[in-house]
Design a protein around this ligand. Structure first.
Ligand code: UD1
Length: 340
């Protein structure tokens, strides 16, 4: 029997890739999104990739009545929950909005799920829930903490789900802590598409590659790392998407709740990323060394062994694939803009 899944935030960057991966794995998926931070044509592109019509519920998770209508429209076997606010800097300026969307929205969703007797949830968390450490790679049992309101809401989300599941054994959850997502769909039809100047490294490099931005600002080259620039655990978004499929299947087939890192266990520096992207786009990308960014750590990468032991998950796509797929996506978009 085909399992039906509701994908909140399914039109976003990781959500849309997960939609494609779930369909490929044989799930029947519906998207719930308010399109606040997603392009309206993502469902059309998903139709091209999957060859099937896409069901979209335009709905805000802050609207309990609308959520109830979505759950009344169909029976779902599980929910993958991405819908959230996600910009760290913005969360410091808008704490109430972040807490409202990320925590109240989650509570609304859990209530709607309970009312509809849907008890499997995969939750999009973040490696930002770990307290600063100098012990690399970070295992799931490391101390937790938060340095931003965004991180606070993700940690709170994890704890809300754990409390709810502890009180009612029907619940099964997969909490997935991502490291740094990068890359795009191999079709070049999906990818990260920020409308403003990006804060994160990969979308910024992509805009240097297309000529929209003049040069990368490398935030500090005097960190205690091999080349002095910050080291992170970049994971291809298609690997990340596959991790969600495996997590969901583990819940539905075996009822095994879990909290897992999704990363590669491999750290790359800012200059490693820039050089890899230069190879992918066939030109040397310029950079200037800028002061360190406040709040940045020298190093941040995860221990991926638990996800491999439980789900058989292992990131398969390396740095070159992340950059080549990102470049295919952004160059296709900028060519389209060029055609008017
Ligand atoms: C950030 C968030 C993290 C979130 C993640 C999503 C912060 C403090 N953390 O992580 O919560 O989960 O994004 O991907 O914002 N860099 C440059 N120049 C740039 C941009 C970045 O040199 O223009 C460097 C940074 O100093 C860092 C590395 O690139 O060393 C990665 O930065 P970024 O992509 O912003 O991710 P994180 O800071 O790791």
């Amino acid at each position: 029997m085909t399992r039906k899944i509701l994908l909140t935030g399914g039109a976003g960057y990781i959500g849309s890739h997960t939609y494609a991966a779930l369909c490929e794995a044989g799930y029947d998926v519906a998207i719930l999104d308010n399109f606040d931070n997603a392009r309206p044509d993502v469902p059309d592109r998903l139709e091209v990739i999957t060859g099937k019509p896409v069901t979209v519920h335009r709905c805000d998770i802050l609207d309990p009545a609308a959520l109830a209508r979505v759950f009344a429209s169909d029976h779902f076997d599980g929910v993958v929950h991405f819908a959230a606010r996600k910009a760290v800097g913005e969360s410091q300026r808008m704490p109430l909005e972040y807490i409202e969307t990320n925590c109240t929205g989650l509570i609304n969703l859990l209530k709607a799920m309970r009312a509809a007797e849907v008890f499997n949830i995969v939750f999009s968390s973040s490696a930002t829930v770990y307290a600063p450490t100098t012990d690399w790679p970070i295992p799931e049992g490391a101390a937790l903490g938060y340095a931003s309101t965004y991180a606070y809401t993700k940690l709170m989300g994890e704890q809300i789900i754990a409390q709810v599941a502890a009180a009612d054994p029907r619940w099964h959850y997969g909490v997935l802590r991502y490291f740094n997502p990068a890359g795009a769909h191999t079709s070049a039809l999906l990818g990260e598409d920020p409308s403003d100047i990006p804060n994160n490294l990969m979308p910024y490099i992509a805009k240097v590659a297309t000529g929209e931005l003049p040069a990368l600002n490398v935030f500090g080259n005097d960190y205690p790392t091999p080349d002095g620039t910050g080291v992170r655990d970049y994971i291809h978004v298609m690997d990340l998407a596959r991790g969600h499929v495996l997590s969901l299947t583990e819940l539905i087939e075996r009822g095994n709740s879990h909290t897992l890192n999704l990363g590669t266990g491999q750290g790359y520096s800012v200059l490693d990323m820039l050089n890899a992207y230069s190879r992918a786009c066939g030109k040397e990308l310029p950079y200037v060394v800028a002061p360190r960014r406040e709040g940045d750590l020298d190093c941040y990468y995860g221990d991926p062994t638990k996800a491999e032991a439980l789900l058989g998950f292992r990131a398969e796509r390396g740095l070159d694939a992340m950059c080549a797929d990102s470049w295919a996506w952004v160059s296709r978009k900028s060519n389209m803009r060029g055609q008017g």
